[in-house]
Design a binder for this molecule. Structure first.
Ligand code: ZN
Length: 279
């Protein structure tokens, strides 16, 4: 089972050292949108979509927060264009699994209108009928095409002690949603069994690789942003603590990655290239 690591859009906010831990205070930090494209027995499975073609044409639809974050949606970095570059067509994407529905994760949904979109029920409800305070975070244009939503509710299954729900049984791969609420109300991790163990895409449950290490580290601006942006900050912090414990106990079996850390993206691309070279 082959997994492609894509960055589907980027954000270049000012405050390099405060956000990325490197560079000057006014330099720009590099924030990637790490998505996965899994070649499965049931077509391509995308985990998150980053920004999409319409975001590139009309970045204003992302709202003022993404303007402040210096979002750079470009057509050539959309999942659609990158997959076309790899020889796939939009129709090859049969499933999209979303960690949550913030604009930097859901922008590509309209580019794959035939795909089933797998999401936790709590997140779908939060996005379609947002609380007053959550209204600015979701962009309704990303689901204006009426996606083929597939709701999931965790419970029944267990993954390393976390409540989970197995999805896509026809994919010939073990894929499970592992709810990690807090950043948004229905935020989830996505666990994928690989040849070597497990890959856990943690979405926005953390933003910097240092946050799942013990003791945790995080550039102060990034910590501030996460506290500010959380739909339920207590749950977010609690889940981050559980991820640290998991990494401490099972770090040898599970590869952790989040959406926005450029170091993790580089690490996984390096790992993929090394595996290809060894084939
Ligand atoms: Zn995000």
């Amino acid at each position: 089972m082959r997994i492609h690591h894509l960055s589907c859009g980027s954000l270049c906010p000012h405050g390099g050292r405060l956000l990325g831990g490197e560079g000057g205070l006014l330099s720009t930090a590099e924030v990637v949108c790490h998505c996965l494209a899994i070649e499965s027995g049931d077509g391509l499975v995308l985990v998150d979509t980053g920004f999409g073609m319409e975001d590139a044409r009309n970045p204003r639809q992302l709202g003022p927060v993404f303007g402040l974050m210096n979002a750079k949606p470009r057509s050539e970095t959309t999942a659609l264009k990158q997959l076309e570059g790899l020889g796939f067509a939009a129709a090859d994407v049969r499933h999209i699994v979303t960690t949550h529905l913030d604009p930097d994760h859901s922008g590509g949904l309209p580019d794959f209108p035939a795909a089933e979109v797998h999401v936790l029920s709590t997140e779908l409800d939060a996005a379609l009928n947002p609380r007053l305070r959550d209204r600015p975070r979701y962009v309704g244009a990303h689901w204006g095409h009426s996606p083929r939503w597939v709701r999931h509710d965790a419970g029944g299954d267990e993954w390393f002690g976390f409540e989970s729900v197995r999805i896509l049984p026809a994919a010939g791969a073990e894929i499970a949603l592992v709810p990690l609420h807090g950043h948004s109300l229905g935020h989830t991790g996505v666990a994928i069994r690989t040849g070597e163990g497990w890959l856990l895409h943690c979405g926005d449950a953390y933003f910097n690789h240092g946050e799942v290490q013990t003791p945790p580290t995080c550039p102060p601006g990034l910590r501030f942003f996460q506290n500010l942006n959380a739909a339920d900050n207590k749950a977010r912090k609690g889940n981050q603590e559980r991820l640290r414990e998991l990494a401490g106990r099972h770090g040898g079996e599970i590869v952790f990655l989040c959406s926005h850390d450029p170091h993790e993206l580089e690490r996984e691309r390096g790992r993929t290239n090394a595996a290809l070279a060894a084939e």
